[in-house]
Design a protein around this ligand. Structure first.
Ligand code: BES
Ligand code: MN
Ligand code: ZN
Length: 507
């Protein structure tokens, strides 16, 4: 991964392949953002005019390359759009900095070293720029034949990034950088897992990776294999996993802090491949279904990040891992499963499998009576239709907690939106044979799924459900700090929630 350093060095004397500067978008045209004064000066104060001549406007995501001015050791200036003008206190929205740093890092693929002279007013900005660089420079090349860490065009991701205008001796700056590195390394690992092909990332392989990385960071790891799941009565996970030659797993990752007085449980949907099962998905709907374990990847990353940050809170992660395949041993539409909670579920559609594995994991998480449970799942196409491909939906059994989760998401720059759990939709899941069916009305399908999950949360436990079906996997081109493929969405929201809980701010 790209290596970051803090520095107060002046841009002109810096040996690097490029200097990155920010450009704000104003009514009168592009404006050079604070941090790039030395570059502007070397252009005789005409840098904004030069940029305008080159067609730059300062729009979000815009990247303009120009030769560095005479006297600079670096040969290239990369001007990146910040979107808008600064706030009244001359600061920029951290998300604008994050996106700009990400776009610049992507434009610098192949470069060995770049200096970032973006506007920094506080430690929050240092963290945002660091995150943008680390997340934007991500690439997944494990399966490229030209391998060896090279990107698809044969170029390696940006090597070193020096963040100018930041101080190594400033504890807040240093802390912000360390936090960004811990969170982004784990987030990028989640992206790797999502991008891994499903023939390699089986439930067993995922469990093994989570187990070794978890232990490496001091977590307690328990893996229930098929035999243990049968013994424990995990009918939901077994039902979904029963059609695959790759057997299911339930992984429990526990991070504990000796001074913690709060306990959070994170639960992730980990369908390593969702073919739909006997209710098989048609072509056109299954090509990206390796991403159906994105919730489990996010939970895994967040628990490890919480451990690396040493947060004063206990966090338990539950990964419900199974492959949904059609076969002679697969669950059929019409089958009734006895879930871990004891409830029975009539499976009407084997493609509504996520709620079945989550139901068991939610019930397992509930047995420890945590202060709150948050589940993360690529659960419904309906949520994608409702909110598009960049925003996840938040449902909860507690209005205040739903707001807390939404605010945490906004704070870290993850687009999210609150969704309701309308009681009248419960009726559609009534089953003539079992306690509940795994499908209800088609309209509001994302909310129906949320209502199903709610039934498997222990009495009195605060719970929120993040349906990340839209933003989990980017099928379009890269933007900001978001690459094509697995995005790692929800990791930063979960980490923020753990931080807020540790600080006693959960409400
Ligand atoms: N994994 C899918 C949801 C999904 C769709 C995620 C598109 C990412 C992109 C989920 O298991 C599913 O198939 N849901 C069904 C539920 C339906 C059968 C009630 C759906 O949304 O169609
Ligand atoms: Mn499905
Ligand atoms: Zn699924």
């Amino acid at each position: 991964m790209t290596a970051l350093t803090l520095s107060t060095a002046a841009a002109p004397g810096l040996r690097a392949d490029a200097i990155v500067i920010g450009v704000a978008k104003a009514a009168k045209g592009p404006v050079v953002a604070p941090g790039a004064e030395a570059v502007d000066k070397a252009y005789d104060g005409r840098l904004a005019a030069v940029l305008e001549t080159l067609g730059a406007s300062g729009a979000e995501g815009e990247v303009t390359k120009l030769p560095a001015p005479a006297g600079f050791k670096a040969p290239l200036v990369v001007a990146v759009g910040l979107g808008g003008e600064p706030e009244e206190d001359a600061s920029f929205d951290p998300e604008a900095l994050r996106k700009a740093a990400g776009a610049a890092a992507r434009a610098l693929t192949g470069a060995k070293k770049a200096a970032f002279a973006l506007p920094v007013t506080d430690a929050g900005d240092v963290g945002a720029i660091a995150e943008g660089v680390l997340l934007g420079a991500y690439s997944f090349d494990t399966y490229k034949d030209n391998g060896g860490g090279k990107a698809k065009n044969g170029k390696a991701p940006l090597g070193d990034a020096v963040l100018l205008g930041t101080r190594t001796r400033d504890a807040a700056h240093k802390g912000a950088l360390a936090r960004a590195v811990a969170v982004c390394e784990e987030l990028n690992r989640a992206r790797d897992l999502i991008n891994m092909p499903p023939n390699d990332l089986t439930p067993e392989a995922f469990a093994a990776i989570a187990s070794s990385a978890g232990k490496q960071h001091g977590l307690k790891v328990q893996v229930l294999d098929e035999k243990a799941l049968v013994k424990g009565g995990y009918g939901g996970i077994l039902g979904v996993g029963g059609g695959s030659a790759a057997t299911p797993r339930l992984v429990k990752l526990s991070y504990t802090h000796s001074k913690a007085d709060k306990h959070l449980a994170f639960v992730g949907k980990g369908i390593t491949y969702d073919s739909g099962g006997i209710s098989l998905k048609p072509a056109g709907h299954n090509e990206t279904m390796k991403c159906d374990m994105s919730g489990a990847a996010a939970v895994f990353a967040a628990v490890v990040a919480a451990a690396r940050l040493g947060l004063e809170v206990n966090v338990t992660g539950w990964l419900a891992l199974a492959e949904n395949m059609p076969s002679g041993t697969a669950v059929r539409p019409g089958d009734v499963l006895r879930m871990y909670s004891g409830k029975t579920v009539e499976v009407l559609n084997t493609d509504a499998e996520g709620r079945l594995v989550l139901a068991d994991a939610l019930w397992a998480a509930s047995q420890e009576a945590p202060d709150a449970i948050v589940d993360v799942a690529t659960l419904t196409g309906a949520m994608m239709l409702a909110l598009g491909s960049r925003t996840f939906g938040i449902m909860a059994n507690d209005d205040a907690f739903r707001t807390t989760v939404h605010e945490a998401a906004e704070e870290v720059g993850e687009p999210a939106w609150p969704m309701p759990l309308p009681e009248h939709l419960r009726k559609g899941m009534e089953s003539p044979t079992a306690d509940i069916a795994n499908m209800g009305e088609r309209m509001g399908g994302g909310l129906v799924a949320g209502l199903f999950l709610r039934e498997f949360v222990g009495e009195g436990i605060t719970w929120a459900h993040l349906d990340i079906a839209g933003p989990a996997f980017n099928e379009g081109g890269p933007f900001g700090y978001t690459p094509k493929g697995g995005t790692g969405t929800a990791v930063r929201t979960l980490v923020r929630l753990a931080e807020l809980t540790a600080a006693g701010d959960l409400g």
